[in-house]
Design a protein around this ligand. Structure first.
Ligand code: DI6
Ligand code: FE
Length: 411
């Protein structure tokens, strides 16, 4: 006797074109045309051609009218929580003062540190929520949020708690990253190594104890921290079983990417000044290259990250907004896709992969999200366009029509 199983769905999307971004599907964008996708208990439970759909029962059936579905977007590098803004500094830069000069004169990151220390958690929450609303409207279902504008234990904790609260209140998946080694706070101005001691011996242990961070990051740069100092931070992270990431080779070549690879970092980010050896080191350990065209554009950088080398050595390239008040005040993931194409030479397909599949890997979530695949979390977005290249084409001003996070629908 042949048993015919009836599939049970909480939601069934039918008549959708699916940009699965699954590399196992041999078609551009991993596309399944005239497809259907079933969701059960928050997970993708069926995916395929609508004609192949077996017998099913569904609580909610949505006809997508031939529109496109993508994985929910993953913004894997943001500094979303901060006080104040740096428009006056932008004005100075447009008059010819450089980002580094501003930092060395006590402005830059440190001026946002001052504002963030002085701003109440409730006010930080409201301003970050507004930025997040822009992102979710454009299909973001997962966002990484870094600390690093506190640079004292109390304010770093305040920032990370605000990030965690956003997850509870904003229908978004949040990954938090502790970025204590972002800049030197004014009170340690002449004693950087003592500040690194504080990060390693006080902040990382306490933040681990409070379970406030999923990873540890640093800024490896002349105006940030040396590879020797970052090595100490990474060792402390390792001791507390936290994965690492690094702002590396953004403004100059420091060897940060190689160091990140040595610690099997989830990602090395920015990378305009990385050399071939650095790319090879990343390839060996599977460290993801997170490229940030918003900062490249806003700082009027001219040195592009070597995307041909990343392709050559098979280093996956993720994209993110780097939303922050100093070098990338942008809340549009879609504009980032366009910039990756026009400024860095990504194809629209690589760009979408960068903000989905590869972004997920940069957060250690490659098995859970980032592609449309049976078993993964039902995190997705539906767009009323005719081809997925439109995501990189419209200059950022496009909203998705439906967003789903963990099987829950937001329209
Ligand atoms: N690089 C960046 O792009 C952000 N942090 C970093 O290390 C910018 C930080 C800022 O200017 O506020
Ligand atoms: Fe950043």
């Amino acid at each position: 006797m042949i048993m015919i199983m009836t599939l049970q769905f909480d939601t069934l999307f039918k008549n959708a074109n699916l940009a699965t971004m699954d590399p196992a599907i041999d078609a551009p964008y991993g596309a399944i045309k005239k497809g259907a996708l079933g969701v059960t208990d928050g997970r993708i439970s069926w995916i395929g051609k609508i004609d192949d759909l077996p017998e099913y029962k569904a609580k909610d059936v949505r006809d997508c009218g031939g529109h496109w579905m993508t994985p929910g977007l993953v913004d894997c590098h943001t500094h979303l929580v901060f006080g104040g803004n740096r428009a006056r500094e932008f004005e100075q830069r447009m008059q010819g003062v450089s980002y580094e000069q501003i930092a060395k004169a006590g402005g830059g990151i440190v001026s946002t540190v001052k504002a963030t220390r002085e701003t109440d958690a409730s006010v930080l929450l409201v301003s970050a929520s507004l930025r997040l609303i822009d992102m979710t409207a454009q299909g973001v279902t997962t966002v990484e949020i870094k600390s690093g504008y506190g640079l004292d234990l109390e304010t770093e904790i305040k920032m990370l708690e605000v990030a965690k609260t956003l997850e509870e209140e904003e229908n978004i998946r949040v990954k938090t990253t502790f970025l204590g080694a972002h800049a030197l706070p004014p009170e340690y101005k002449n004693d950087p190594d003592s500040y690194v001691d504080l990060v390693c011996e006080v902040m990382i242990p306490r933040i681990t104890e409070l379970n406030l961070a999923d990873a540890v990051d640093g800024f490896c740069e002349n105006i940030g921290f040396s590879t020797l100092q970052i090595r100490r931070v990474f060792e402390a992270a390792k001791k507390h079983n936290l994965p690492v990431k690094l702002h590396a080779e953004q403004l100059s070549k420091q060897g940060g990417a190689k160091l990140a690879a040595e610690f099997a970092a989830l990602s090395a980010d920015h990378l305009e000044y990385i050399d071939e050896e650095g790319v090879q080191a990343m390839a060996k350990t599977g460290t993801i290259a997170v490229l940030l065209p918003g900062a490249f554009y806003f700082l009027k950088e001219t040195q592009k990250p070597p995307i041909d080398l990343f392709r050559k050595y098979g280093v996956p390239m993720a994209l993110a907004t780097d939303c922050n008040p100093g070098s990338s005040p942008i809340t549009s993931p879609l504009l980032i896709l366009n910039m990756a194409c026009t400024l860095f030479g990504f194809t629209p397909e690589e760009a979408l992969a960068g903000m989905t599949r590869e972004g997920a890997k940069a957060l250690g979530l490659g098995a859970e999200i980032g592609t449309l695949k049976v078993g993964k979390s039902a995190d997705l977005a539906i767009w009323d366009f005719e081809h997925p290249s439109e995501l990189s084409y419209w200059l950022g001003n496009y909203s998705c029509s439906i967003r789903m996070l963990k099987g829950k629908m937001y329209e």
